[in-house]
Design a protein around this ligand. Structure first.
Ligand SMILES: [Zn+2]
Length: 268
């Protein structure tokens, strides 16, 4: 089992950052939770921060062909940049995992890109309909929104996925009762092991690359990225870094699911 990792703290930073920093970056979809104080408190009470030392057994099993595997994941699409991301991934023969938001999936201008992603072997999972912290976690609409967005992906692509990524990460929002609902609905949840911090490093592609490099330590890594301009600028260097480090680029496979959520909930 992994212990609490520094990456997990970065989730907290994201929450705190979103709440306390004044204007969100242009195009950013994040909406802050309204009860920031309790959020921060919960998060900073995390006890010892030992760096995780081994990948989950199931992860090691599922990547027996290679010792090291990285899952690049892109949140908040589809966007006007989706085609560019897909082009760059194709040039590099890299497949990735996308977590898309209902409000953007409903934009018919971007639905061809969603189809293209699936056709080219990427995994498209759901990232809720609204990306609204209060609705998802405080009003408890997480599962309903995820089911709706998963079904929408199914309508667009012909393939209905089962994996979701919680907006802002699963902690602290996904409390027991919501996780019970998720397990009952047979959905799977992925957080991440590497926070590229691209959500706050827009305009600074080198900063994103350095953040990824400096926090990559494990044989199995799941990298949080967003469909944003500066992320696109940083992507080639990120791919080159993992290639040079001997990582295989992996895409999420439902049949080879392994647990990666901040609650260590084995059901998800
Ligand atoms: Zn998001």
């Amino acid at each position: 089992m992994r212990s609490v990792s520094p990456e997990q703290l970065s989730v907290n930073e994201e929450t705190v950052e979103v709440v306390t920093s004044a204007p969100p970056l242009a195009g950013r979809m994040e909406t802050p939770p309204d009860n920031q104080n309790s959020t921060i408190e919960i998060e900073t009470n995390v006890p010892s921060l030992t760096k995780k030392t081994e990948a989950p057994k199931s992860a090691q099993k599922s990547t027996s062909k290679s010792n090291k595997a990285v899952y690049l994941t892109f949140d908040d699409g589809p966007t006007s940049l989706t085609d560019d991301f897909l082009d760059l991934l194709m040039e590099n023969e890299v497949q990735a995992t996308f977590f898309m938001v209902g409000t953007n999936l409903n934009n018919v201008e971007w639905q061809d890109e969603v189809k293209r992603a699936v056709e080219e072997g990427h995994y498209v999972g759901a990232h809720s309909m609204t990306h609204d912290y209060n609705k998802l976690y405080k009003q408890g609409e997480f599962v309903d929104e995820m089911k709706e967005s998963l079904a929408l992906i199914g309508e667009i692509t012909g393939v209905t996925p089962t994996l979701v990524r919680p907006p802002y990460g699963s902690k602290p929002g996904l409390k027991d009762s919501l996780r019970n609902e998720i397990a009952d609905a047979n959905l799977k949840v992925w957080d991440w092991t590497i926070d590229s911090k691209d959500w706050k490093l827009q305009g600074n592609p080198n900063g994103i690359v350095e953040q990824v490099k400096s926090t990559t330590t494990e044989d199995i890594e799941i990298v949080l990225l967003h469909e944003k301009e500066t992320t696109l600028e940083a992507l080639q260097d990120i791919i080159d870094f993992y290639k040079n480090e001997g990582y295989e680029f992996a895409v999420y496979q439902e049949g080879e699911h392994f647990m990666s959520n901040f609650w260590k909930d084995e059901r998800l």
